[in-house]
Design a binder for this molecule. Structure first.
Ligand SMILES: *[C@@H]1O[C@H](CO)[C@@H](O)[C@H](O)[C@H]1NC(C)=O
Ligand SMILES: *[C@@H]1O[C@H](CO)[C@@H](O)[C@H](O)[C@H]1NC(C)=O
Ligand SMILES: *[C@@H]1O[C@H](CO)[C@@H](O)[C@H](O)[C@H]1NC(C)=O
Ligand SMILES: *[C@@H]1O[C@H](CO)[C@@H](O)[C@H](O)[C@H]1NC(C)=O
Ligand SMILES: *[C@@H]1O[C@H](CO)[C@@H](O)[C@H](O)[C@H]1NC(C)=O
Ligand SMILES: *[C@@H]1O[C@H](CO)[C@@H](O)[C@H](O)[C@H]1NC(C)=O
Ligand SMILES: *[C@@H]1O[C@H](CO)[C@@H](O)[C@H](O)[C@H]1NC(C)=O
Ligand SMILES: *[C@@H]1O[C@H](CO)[C@@H](O)[C@H](O)[C@H]1NC(C)=O
Ligand SMILES: *[C@@H]1O[C@H](CO)[C@@H](O)[C@H](O)[C@H]1NC(C)=O
Length: 564
């Protein structure tokens, strides 16, 4: 059926009378300077100076008493205020309404038959910031549940929270000893096909097929949905730039930097439906209808094959296109656009739809057959040109090239394999890890090592060296999947201090105390182990925890001992 379009755009009305939209046509109705209604015949929302409320869908106001839709940075003190509202673009197929704040323009792109709208934000004057987001705070008698790629089900209720004891930031202990925390609703943001909140007959979702504008790398985590503990609102977060699991991520943005478009989508709560919708959006991305950002369609691809200097293919490596000549870690980057992929078993990788520009290609081991590699690969000045395929040849990744004595875990920047490593989010899990532990090389298994160390005590590695070559020193590599400060270790080889992991010397991220179980920020250290500290026969390496802070500490990735 061909749709005949006519828009009802009634600007400058002084009365509260609103005209019924023609057919399914998208509309902007101006009530007065600070109140506008946008939508189509399926839904509409009334947007005031800051908040979008009265969100009608299927005959119901699904914001109700909740706060509604808004855009904010660095916490609630900085909610954007709309100073003007205009039709940015009207085409045969959609209406693009722009809400302007001093900091930039938030757009709603409304199609006649779409339940929901595309949204995007164009920067004008955002300050240097860590957190920037749009969100819906929705009616809690319509929406009861949250869904991410790893968790679904009821959000904790305000009654449960009120019945519990607050133990830290947005975390409560219930009478039975278990915890409630909003951080259980976090996940790796680039792994989301869709996520949102739902209840009987209603679902509200974010589908963000182009994730280039997000800060960070493959391991960027964010809080995605939660129960607002002060009001009981059901919250659906769109963390455009976030810091919830990071040591630092403060960025300045170019004028014109655009986040999105992503799709905010309404349905009856069906996962099957939103999943199908998300597949469709992925197939349509980059969106051909989106023409207002000059560089959005200027994209090319990058492919190559990575080989380790020892001849092995860089099988399964994590590959990343980010800041050229970087001065920040891949997770901390956030000014520009970022592209993530994984190499196949031959070390070959392809990035498609990469924005034109100059990048550094980085790669690191993601376990598997190269889980012993502690070096990372970096190649600057990878140029991407519109419509072209950049083929990178003979990429040689220099390994640490040392003979391994033993390794615990695998290099993948994650705690996977250890006890509780990668477990479903749960507050205080690290408190279940032992204070003292002995891991015997040759007989212990990976899961005998716990994912995190937090308590005063000693974690010992017992190993034997059958024959000591004269004066052969070793290198101890410690790879942390994350670290929450306030916990320090001394590292001893047979009772002799060879190094330390000391609070204040390591950037701190909230992973361990915000119910992270897989990763926070990655840290890598090498310690020289003098020949004189080693002996023939049985040896003991100790991670002695000398300072402890409840629920904080080290989240392990891997520990490796190699001959120097
Ligand atoms: C705009 O209209 C709303 C709702 O009718 C009213 O509450 C608000 O005071 C009005 N604002 C101005 C600036 O007139
Ligand atoms: C918004 O939707 C409600 C409920 O369907 C309807 O009563 C109202 O007229 C709509 N507003 C506009 C401007 O169309
Ligand atoms: C928006 O206005 C409110 C109240 O007028 C103010 O408190 C808030 O700081 C403003 N937001 C920004 C980002 O300036
Ligand atoms: C919903 O919010 C109200 C406050 O508006 C609160 O009293 C109620 O407990 C909340 N419901 C749930 C399930 O948390
Ligand atoms: C509140 O806590 C008590 C125990 O202190 C428990 O028996 C009760 O079920 C709890 N109520 C709710 C709503 O969680
Ligand atoms: C990296 O360089 C950019 C300028 O190119 C600067 O704005 C940023 O602060 C630097 N980051 C660090 C961690 O030094
Ligand atoms: C850990 O070992 C030390 C030294 O043997 C001991 O003093 C301490 O009580 C142990 N801690 C626990 C929790 O068992
Ligand atoms: C042992 O090796 C270290 C470091 O390679 C070197 O400085 C030292 O002189 C050597 N000692 C002997 C006795 O060879
Ligand atoms: C930890 O090691 C560093 C580097 O060797 C050293 O400078 C520092 O003094 C040590 N700190 C403690 C508390 O031992």
């Amino acid at each position: 059926m061909k749709f005949s379009v006519s828009f009802a755009i009634l600007a400058g009305l002084v009365s509260r009378i609103v005209a019924a939209p023609v057919n399914n046509a998208p509309f902007l109705v101006t009530i007065n300077d600070t109140e506008h209604v946008i939508g189509n015949s399926i839904w509409n929302i009334t947007i005031g100076q800051t908040y979008g409320t009265k969100l009608y869908y299927k005959g119901k106001d699904i914001v109700g008493n909740a706060v509604g839709h808004y855009v904010s940075y660095n916490g609630a003190a900085s909610n954007l205020n709309w100073t003007s509202v205009s039709v940015f673009e009207r085409t045969e197929t959609y209406l693009d309404v722009s809400f302007s704040a001093n900091e930039g323009d938030f757009h709603w792109v409304i199609y006649p038959n779409q339940a929901g709208a595309y949204q995007y934000f164009v920067n004008r004057a955002l300050p240097i910031l860590g957190e920037f987001r749009s969100l819906f705070r929705l009616d809690n008698t319509t929406f009861f549940n949250g869904k991410t790629d790893i968790k679904e089900g009821p959000l904790p209720t305000l009654t449960q929270i009120a019945n519990s004891t607050k133990v830290q930031d947005e975390t409560w202990q219930q009478a039975d000893g278990t915890y409630i925390t909003k951080y259980d609703w976090s996940a790796f943001i680039r792994d989301q096909k869709y996520y949102g909140v739902y209840g009987p007959r209603y679902g509200s979702w974010y589908i963000y097929p182009g994730k280039d504008e997000y800060n960070g790398d493959q391991l960027k985590q964010e809080l995605l949905v939660h129960r607002e503990s002060a009001t009981g609102d059901v919250v659906q977060l769109n963390m455009l730039h976030g810091t919830h699991f990071m040591a630092s991520s403060s960025d300045a943005f170019e004028v014109g930097k655009t986040w999105g478009p992503w799709l905010w989508y309404l349905n009856d709560g069906s996962f099957e439906d939103v999943s199908k919708k998300s597949d469709n959006e992925e197939n349509k991305w980059p969106y051909s209808w989106f023409q207002s950002s000059t560089n959005y369609h200027s994209r090319g691809s990058v492919s190559g094959t990575l080989k380790l200097s020892d001849g092995r293919p860089a099988s399964g490596a994590a590959v990343f296109l980010g800041d050229n000549h970087p001065n920040e870690t891949t997770l901390d980057m956030g000014r520009y656009n970022y592209f993530t992929a994984y190499a196949d078993s031959h070390g070959s990788f392809t990035f498609t739809n990469v924005r034109s520009g100059a990048y550094a290609l980085q790669a690191w081991a993601n376990g598997g057959s190269i889980g012993d590699i502690s070096t990372t690969f970096l190649q600057n000045d990878v140029t991407v040109t519109k419509g072209k395929q950049t083929a990178l040849r003979s990429l040689i990744w220099k390994t640490q090239s040392r003979k391994q004595i033993w390794q615990i875990g695998i290099m993948d920047r994650k705690s996977l394999g250890f006890l509780y490593g990668g477990a479903p989010h749960q507050h205080a899990l690290v408190a279940k890890c032992p204070a003292n532990l002995t891991y015997t090389i040759g007989s212990s298994v990976e899961s005998d090592w716990c994912f995190g160390q937090s308590a005063l005590g000693s974690w010992d590695v017992s190993f034997s060296i059958p024959q000591l070559k004269s004066n052969s020193s070793a290198v101890l590599s410690v790879s942390l999947a994350g670290y929450s400060s306030g916990v320090s270790d001394s590292i001893l080889m047979n009772g002799v201090v060879v190094g330390n992991l000391t609070s204040a010397n390591i950037p701190t991220d909230p992973c361990l105390y915000r119910s992270g179980t897989t990763a926070g920020e990655w840290h890598y250290f090498e310690f020289g182990v003098p020949a004189a500290t080693l002996k023939e026969g049985l040896n003991k390496l100790s991670f002695q925890c000398t300072r402890s802070t409840l629920w904080h500490g080290f989240m392990w990735d891997s520990v490796i001992l190699e001959w120097a």
